[in-house]
Design a protein around this ligand. Sequence first.
Ligand code: SF4
Length: 370
Amino acid sequence: MALITREEVEVLRAERIEELKRLKGEGKKVVGYFCQYVPVELIFAAGAIPVRLARGDYFSSVRGERFLRPDACPFCKSCLGKFETDPLYRLTDALVFVNTCDMMRRLPEAVSANIKIPIFQLYLPRTAEPFPNRVQGFERQIMLLKAWLTGLTGAEVKEERVLTAITQYNSLRQAISQIDEGRALVPPRVKGSEIFGLALLAWLLEPQKASRVLLRHSSTPTSTSNYSAPRVLLAGSILTEEERDLIELIEEGADIVADVVCTGARFFAGSVELQGNPFTSLAHFYFNRIPCAYRRPNDLLYDKLKQLILERAVQGIIYKTLLYCDPWRFEAKFLRQNLGLPVLEIDGDYSQTNREQLRTRIEAFVEMLK
Ligand code: SF4
């Protein structure tokens, strides 16, 4: 039996959308965000409802071309297209952006010009060494976000509320990490697609509700693969919720035993320190997350990759990038040089037209790993 099916995820999404409509009717604000660097705890502590907008498909990307040029990042184009069609996006009252890759730095301008809802842009230093002045600078950004949230909701963001939010989100991250350990086993007890499904619930649902759902599912007997399926690691640009198709395509022949994707394991890795000033703790936690490819230096990303390859007996890497996503596409060369494992590079714009060609490439790669 599967840990969590796509159908179950869709039922929970539909219920959540109805719940958000009701909460908005009661005066609550829904705050959307896109990136793993947004401190959701702060949004939650301000009495607003954080939801990650991590959806993306070909049709919404084409729609987005009315606002962004055609050779822009398909995820960013898709974000704009989704504001016209996706009920979750249409429920948002405000958005928080982070100045990550170049396209993500530009997206807020396009949103301001065309969607016209309040936005906040969080400045995270691109240089990732945690020098005190850099982390302090980021903490000042967090305090600006705090003030903006107070303006949005009318509620003061008190330290006790932030601590409660940190505790709840820490529990949620720990719960998924624990289930994720099942991927390390031989054969794995949990599928990569199921882990991506659980991560999705963590950013869609209220944290305590998400923890309850996880608890229920973690006691479900899981399907196991056979011993002979090659063990692969998934890396690359953001994978959208709709790309579960691709993940399941890979799983037809291989086990995805690990990943370093920001909508997968990078999203639920680590815990925020509970001792001391909670705003300082948030600044340290988000500053030091396993870095996205746009940050430099990104040694921590390679340390994590090497650790996962050893601990989870990874045989090959499937590296999925988005068309025009320069940070991750440039990184492919270094990844090949540094990790010494076979790598299959897949590039795409969410189009489904090359699906069979992709299937053939994945099958050939998996065959080579056997
Ligand atoms: S790929 Fe990088 S910049 Fe884009 S959403 Fe993920 S962490 Fe943020």
